[in-house]
Design a protein around this ligand. Sequence first.
Ligand code: WT7
Length: 655
Amino acid sequence: MVKTNLGWDGSSGDPAAIEPSEWFQAQANINQSDIRTSFNQSWPECWTEAADLLDWNTVYETILDDSNPPFYRWFPDGELNACYNCIDRHVDADNVAIEWIGNLGKTRSYTYSELYDEVNALAAALSNLGVSEDDVVTIYLPVVPELPIAMLACARIGAPHSVVFAGFSADALATRLDAASSEYLITCDGFYRRGDAINQKRRVDDALLQVDHSVDETIVVDRLGDEYPHALHDNEHDYERLIDSFTGTEVNPVSRSAEDMLFLMYTSGTTGKPKGVRHSTGGYLAQTAWTTQAVLDLDSSDTIWTAADIGWITGHSYTVYGPLALGATTVLYEGAPDTPDREHIESVIDEYDINVFYTSATAIRSMMKRHPPDTDYDLSSIRLLGTVGEPIGSDAWHWYRQTFGDGETPVVDTWWQTETGSIMISTLPGVDTMKPGAAGPPLPGNDIQVVDPDGNPVDTGQAGYLTVNRPWPSMARTVHGGDDRFIEEYWQRFSDPDTDTWAYFTGDGAQYDDEGYIRLLGRVDDVINVSSRRLRTVEIESQILDIEGVTETAVVGGRDEAGRTVVFAYVTTEQDRKIDKEHIREQVKQGIQDAVGELAHPGQVIITPDLPKTRSGKIMRRLLEDISNDNEYGDTSALRNPEIVGEIESALSEK
Ligand code: WT7
């Protein structure tokens, strides 16, 4: 096929731009160069293209109900079941659904019909334990096959799931169980982390002592085996025994309204505690499947490896729901996605013939820093590479494409968030010119703007706030238990109900270039992205301030020697007592670990006599950020204590 349009509204004038190759375009799922125009002209009907990828029990008549913004409803009179769409309809083709690569050399593989059997057995067991439609089931598991199986079993019976990242502390689990009034928990005895056995069950026991309500039933997966026996209380059930007793039982997939909640996902906000973002069944699954097909170019015959923890939105959308909705094979990789042993990554790609590899910019940067390219493995199965989570600089972009894609495959730099549910900004790999360093134009159907503080679009080349100015199917419906908070966090700032103008604020800074490509400039609030997860600095700071002997602290995101963003915690301690600084340092590290989850890198703790402050006493975070990232920083004479900069620098260089 010959390409008729070189990129986004005409050919690119940017010398660094790279055209997609003809072989890729010829086979791409989307290669109509006018797709953005046609989506715009037929909006919101264009989104039936996404909904048509799904099987509906009751076909919707309404596409978008926008009568009560910002509480938009998509396909509201339609009914479907997400589990049916991800499993039942693919059973006949009987592809492999899941390839699991566990720690310590364990692997397992599930065809769609094997997945069907186990999900049905678990769904029957859940119902038998009393789980009914709309009960929130909390899942606290590492990346083992039982995690997606549990998600899908919940979806089958219409019980929304809330997956809590397995590396989180007992406190974090308890907060999330309480916030969702969740009475059912699926967890495990423990798991391996870099060869060590972690006792997950003990954390669960701790969490259950802390919750305000009662957790009625707990299902425990035996991940560690006989070597580490664990005791079960009366209302705790062994996963395997349950599956055995319900094997062969089929459970009808419940017909859910498209607007019914599929899952909750907790993420940090700008105010208060972590918030449970609520995702819908129809709109979420439709747009997730569509972007998997359009941006990740996935077909049912493909194998995709989205190297991200399923405890985060990336894993929900592009390890589980998107690939399975399309009937493809998805790879699950246990262990920390941000500390991959690069050789292992290459051997997995080689052995499993990965066609689409999608991972975080952080992981790419750390792979790049640690290893020279290695050609022992055959990576030729790779057709497309994707990156997410942070801006990827042009060097890392080229290294990624060269190393994993032989300098040939397209790379998609995908911008999105927990709240958007699916990818929002990216090039379409079969259509658009790539520009390393810029994510791309908005995907078809999206109206995305860069605005000034008053909400007016700024000129191209100017930095501003990134907003989404039109609803989209996979958008978060609300924040669990907090419609007001949903409005406050995301809509208030740039919307004007008087003129019926609604704009969703992303929290990111960005700029457009002349060709409609968006360059992301990072968060504009006190939120940092560590190991592809979002953290509010004040949450970590308040934990640190609770430590005895600590007087002040400022937390910023900085780069470690492997190029990853990690937490840099600057701490001052009481002066006049004999303070055990090492002890404080250990406690601060523990506090950070509780916040970021123990699979992430803890970062650095810098104990300093003072923090850089303005004359009015405000901590200069920006300066700390520059110091932590080895960036140039300007004149520090406006500081009340400019001498502290040198002291901090030398404290850092000692590390
Ligand atoms: C924040 C969302 C959704 C995937 C993982 C993180 C940043 C995401 C990109 C990108 C530059 C990016 C933004 C965004 N981000 N993708 N391609 N280029 N920045 O999900 O925890 O909800 O974080 O990640 O700052 O707001 P999340």
